[in-house]
Design a protein around this ligand. Structure first.
Ligand SMILES: CC(C)(COP(=O)(O)OP(=O)(O)OC[C@H]1O[C@@H](n2cnc3c(N)ncnc32)[C@H](O)[C@@H]1OP(=O)(O)O)[C@@H](O)C(=O)NCCC(=O)NCCS
Length: 160
């Protein structure tokens, strides 16, 4: 059974170690750099094992998911985490949840669209700008899923 709880101080090492698929311990969305550890997060566990997390940025009417990840796909972990963020947002009076995916990330784009998120904004070449913000040299293309170069950011949102 998949259960969720708040990420505690002792869980952060695990969360940050698992964070590379969502961009690492510091993620950039919409041109802003966020240190994951500065934000609230939800942990998913199955039989006491950590199997996923969602880090979010709560804000008035619009909450943002900075990263959502499951370590074992297609078992319902991502859905439980997404439902939990949305429930918290709704309970706090938010009207919208937003998240970003890169241009190669068809599994996430599919996952989110099947759960009510719509594509709202494309930020072309966002990754080059993000590398500058993180101080990473932009001399090599980053290869993403399916061998597609990771280049752009796509923002999706869902009205609650
Ligand atoms: C996107 C992501 C979070 C989805 O998580 P997930 O745990 O695979 O999600 P779920 O298992 O809830 O749903 C995925 C699919 O598996 C299906 N599924 C769930 N439980 C299942 C089961 N027991 N047996 C078969 N299929 C199942 C779901 O119905 C869903 O199918 P659908 O997309 O056709 O509706 C995951 O792919 C991931 O961690 N990606 C890497 C990080 C990332 O890109 N994050 C997004 C950007 S921040």
């Amino acid at each position: 059974m998949i259960t969720t709880r708040d990420v505690a101080e002792a869980d952060w090492d695990w969360v940050l170690a698992e964070s590379p698929p969502i961009g690492g311990p510091q993620v950039i969305t919409g041109g802003f750099l966020h240190r994951l550890k500065d934000h609230p997060a939800i942990l998913a566990e199955e039989d006491g094992e950590k199997v996923g997390f969602a880090v979010y940025n709560p804000g008035g009417v619009r909450w943002e998911i900075l990263g959502i990840l499951s370590t074992i796909g297609r078992r319902g972990i991502g859905s439980v985490l997404l439902d939990e963020v949305e429930a918290r947002a709704k309970a706090a009076g938010a009207e919208q949840v937003r998240l970003s995916a890169t241009n190669d990330n068809f599994p996430a784009l599919r996952f989110c669209q099947l759960r009510g998120y719509t594509l709202r904004q494309l930020i072309p070449n966002a990754i080059a700008d993000n590398k500058k913000l993180k101080g990473i040299p932009d001399d090599e293309a980053l290869l993403g899923l399916y061998g597609i170069e990771i280049r752009d950011e796509i923002i999706l949102n869902k009205n609650l």
